[in-house]
Design a protein around this ligand. Structure first.
Ligand code: SF4
Length: 322
């Protein structure tokens, strides 16, 4: 029987190895790439915001959509938004559509950004109005985000274009509410980009927020792989699951628990770990010593090992607890 201490040290060793393997050269597979194309913090936080709220779907589609949005906002994106107005955006983005969003949703979003910049000067200053951790509050992010999203949605409802919107679902989808229990991957991703670093990946612009307060940006890939690693005992992605995984990662790095996120997500995004377990991939996977994926497959559907190849999958059962 392996003790929890040994399991944590095996986990740390494996995740550190994975983390080292996915540096800035992998930015091409991430919407964060576009924020790196800008040089001022002001533009980076605005482009990061747009990249994060639209970070759903496949990465090539996400990047294509962002280029459609950013190309007309040439020069300084923040300045272009400050000086823009709904009628010019209607002309520029005529016929715009991306999955759940139509032209009206995009125009409202740009209007919202303009309003937030006018109200607070920057997105960071706007968020910090709500990020006021109570004394000894270990996990303040859900509350801060919930209040900030409440302010963003309320501001939207006061916009001149709100009444013309047939259905608010498209714009609300861009601004999910953590109070609903959703993991809100895109908000936590945005915060990771802004708060962590700079390390060539994350931008490290919002320095007054400690990285220990960040929550893992949980998507279907990270939820599945973290399940294989027994970092969670929950079945479905939720805010509670994201917090549970983050808590365990704090045992590995108390100050910067979500530094592992980018590399874990690459396994799924780059199809190096797929839902259908492929033992040939597992053989070279940095996580193979601590992965329980084989136990999660229904019996009878487990792939057969090729002759001579043995995958060192641990047989330990149960969630990893701290
Ligand atoms: S060992 Fe296999 S199943 Fe486990 S994380 Fe790696 S690729 Fe995925």
């Amino acid at each position: 029987m392996i003790s929890n201490t040994n399991r944590l040290s095996l986990l740390k060793e494996a995740l550190d190895k994975l983390h080292k393997g996915y540096g800035p050269s992998y930015l091409e597979s991430d919407p964060l790439l576009l924020a790196h194309k800008y040089t001022t913090p002001e533009d980076q936080e605005v482009v990061g915001f747009l990249a994060a709220v639209f970070a759903y779907g496949h990465v090539p589609q996400i990047l294509r959509n962002l280029r459609v949005i950013l190309t007309p906002l040439s020069g300084s994106v923040a300045e272009a938004i400050r000086k823009g107005n709904a009628s010019s955006w209607k002309r520029v983005y005529k016929g715009y559509a991306y999955r759940f969003q139509q032209q009206g949703d995009l125009i409202l979003l740009l209007w919202l950004l303009r309003q937030v910049l006018a109200d607070s000067g920057s997105l960071q200053a706007s968020f910090l109005r709500f990020y006021v951790p109570h004394r000894d509050e270990p996990l303040p992010m859900r509350r801060a985000l919930t209040e900030w999203v409440g302010y963003l949605r309320q501001t939207l409802r006061s916009s001149p274009g709100w009444g013309a919107l047939e259905n608010p679902r498209g714009i609300y989808h861009l601004l999910p509410d953590p109070a609903s229990g959703s993991p809100c991957k895109r908000w936590n991703l945005y915060l990771r980009w802004m708060v962590r670093g700079p390390d060539g990946l994350d931008l490290g612009l919002w320095k007054s927020i400690p990285t220990r307060h960040l929550i893992l940006p949980l998507d279907t890939h990270t939820a599945r792989i973290c399940g294989y690693l027994r970092l969670t005992s929950r079945a479905a992605p939720s805010w509670a699951m994201a917090e549970e995984i983050t808590q365990t990662l704090r045992n590995l790095d108390p100050e910067d628990p979500i530094r592992y996120d980018f590399s874990i997500a690459r396994l799924g995004i780059l199809a190096r770990c797929t839902k259908k377990m492929d033992r040939n991939r597992c053989v070279s996977c940095e996580l193979s010593r601590i992965c329980h994926a084989e136990e999660d497959l229904p019996s009878g559907s487990r792939p057969r090992a090729k002759a001579g190849k043995r995958v060192p999958v641990s047989r330990q059962r149960g969630p990893l607890v701290s």
